[in-house]
Write a protein that binds this ligand. Structure first.
Ligand SMILES: Cc1ncc(COP(=O)(O)O)c(C=O)c1O
Length: 477
């Protein structure tokens, strides 16, 4: 055995001590979230060279503690309200650690329980969203995120359109594909990226009008556009939860139109699908069960660590035709699905495990409570903003997102003015907001999806808004 191998084996013998130190660093990080500035001030890398001789895991952990940990964001904590950012519940975090520790490659069956557990977890997620499974119902797979799920949706409808034109697009390429038209009103930006990646073209999405003052699709405009189109294969990309405001489209009306025009319906419910977990909000996402394919994810509202998306489809044959990966060395007699025939990756991490753990630990009730609490907190911040000087809501709070802007003189309406105010609010270190816009009016968003957030946090956020506003006013004097 070489000296190097001996050193690595010695590390393995000392694994318990290394993991214990990692555990302490992780629990310290979580315990310090309340004091940690929500966004880190120092964002440059430590600049350490590649060591010629390794330092060992414990020394590497020292370096993490000194150079990395102090400059991390509180993204996993309760007042990181940017984008749509979930945290990590204890069970999901433990599941994620175990996924790394057992380091399965669940892509192909034949050597472990992992592919069967993915299958079971996908079915549990479908049940959580009250979606049908079994013949004709939904099946799916985990992805890197909602972008990954949108990509599988687009690959599936591309395959579908090809077949309708007598083409095998996966084999022969998109060049010969014509007669596919995709209609959408407020697609998430990842859908545009996906259209580009799949050779369908970012600009080929046909923009449908929105309802006045809303982000949601005007279904009458959709009906007219589909009726006027002579495309052989029509696809509608609809939204259950639009990122700027949390607005929803009328999915039942859209599904009716899709049925009438024989169109594929893909619904992006990256976070909004979770509305179906609460009887108070389920109506918002009614009709999604009629979709052909659905995007959602775990790393937002389910509070599973990154990365974890979920794609659900009624057309597994099309997904598998598009993602097929066969080779003699991958063959197996095991009846469990081969997930390298379903997702983009060949090898992948055991993403289902943290989800399975979270669902076992908290159940349907726990997820419902998480969703309802986020929505209640968003509503509470919305009420505070309405009552505050210097701010106004840009949209009603429908679910978990508050879109608002500052009213601070001449530059209030400009993107730059809003960005300046948002930066001043974020500079308090007590909250992290990201920009938002509706109907050309710029503002900032607070998206609630972290399981830890409480009323006390909303009070701290409201104080941060007032501090940010006052600092801008003081600059103007
Ligand atoms: C509706 C919607 N779709 C897709 C995405 C992209 O998600 P991800 O970053 O997981 O790819 C988001 C992110 O916020 C989203 O809100």
């Amino acid at each position: 055995m070489t000296d190097r191998n001996k050193a690595l084996f010695a590390e393995h013998t000392g694994l318990a001590a290394i993991l214990e130190r990692a555990r302490l660093l992780a629990t310290d990080f979580h315990a310090g979230l309340a004091e940690r500035p929500v966004a880190a001030a120092a964002r440059t890398a430590p600049g350490l060279p590649l060591p010629e001789r390794g330092l060992g895991a414990l020394r590497a952990l020292d370096l993490f503690e000194r150079h990395v940990a102090p400059n991390l964001s509180g993204g996993v904590g309760p007042r990181y309200l940017g984008y749509v950012t979930g945290g990590a519940t204890p069970a999901a975090l433990a599941g994620d650690w175990l996924a790394a520790a057992v380091d399965q490659n669940p892509a192909s069956p034949g050597d472990s329980i992992a592919p069967a557990l993915i299958e079971e977890t996908v079915a549990m997620m479908a049940a959580l969203f009250d979606l049908p499974t079994g013949p004709g119902g939904f099946d799916g797979c985990f992805t890197t995120g909602a972008l990954g799920a949108n990509l599988l949706g687009a690959a599936s409808f591309r395959e579908w359109a090809g077949r309708r034109s007598g083409l095998n697009v996966t084999e022969t390429g998109v060049a010969a594909l014509s007669g596919l038209q995709v209609f959408t009103a407020s697609p998430h930006i990842t859908m545009l990226k996906v259209m580009g990646l799949l050779g369908l073209g970012r600009s080929s999405l046909m923009q449908i009008g929105r309802l006045p003052g809303r982000e949601a699709m005007d279904v009458a405009a959709l009906e007219a556009a589909l009726a006027a189109s002579d495309a052989r294969s029509k696809v509608v990309v609809a939204s259950a939860g639009i990122v700027s405001t949390g607005d929803f489209e009328d999915l039942n009306a859209i599904a009716d139109i899709c049925e009438k025009h024989d169109a594929w319906l893909h619904v992006d419910g990256a976070f909004g699908l979770f509305a179906r977990c609460s009887p108070r909000f389920a109506d918002l996402a009614a009709g999604v069960e009629r979709a052909d394919s659905i995007t959602t994810d775990g790393h937002k509202w389910l509070n599973v660590p990154y990365d974890c998306g979920l794609f659900l489809t009624r057309h597994m044959d099309l997904l598998e035709a598009s993602m097929r990966l066969t080779a003699a060395y991958l063959e197996t007699d095991d009846p469990a699905p081969s997930y390298n025939n379903r997702g983009v990756e060949s090898s992948s991490r055991f993403r289902a495990l943290p989800v399975w753990m979270a669902l076992q630990a908290y159940g349907r009730d726990g997820v419902r409570e998480m969703v309802e609490t986020s929505c209640d907190l968003a509503a509470s911040l919305g009420r505070r903003i309405e009552a505050m000087d210097g701010f106004e809501l840009l949209a009603p709070v429908r679910l978990n997102i508050v879109l608002f802007r500052g009213l601070l003189g001449d530059d209030a309406a400009s993107d730059q003015g809003q960005r300046h105010l948002m930066n001043a609010i974020n500079a308090t270190g007590n909250v992290y907001l990201t920009p938002g816009v509706i109907g050309g009016r710029a503002g900032m968003r607070a998206a609630f999806s972290n399981w830890m957030t409480t009323d006390a946090d909303v009070a701290i956020v409201a104080d941060a808004l007032a501090l940010g506003r006052d600092s801008i006013l003081a600059e103007k004097e």
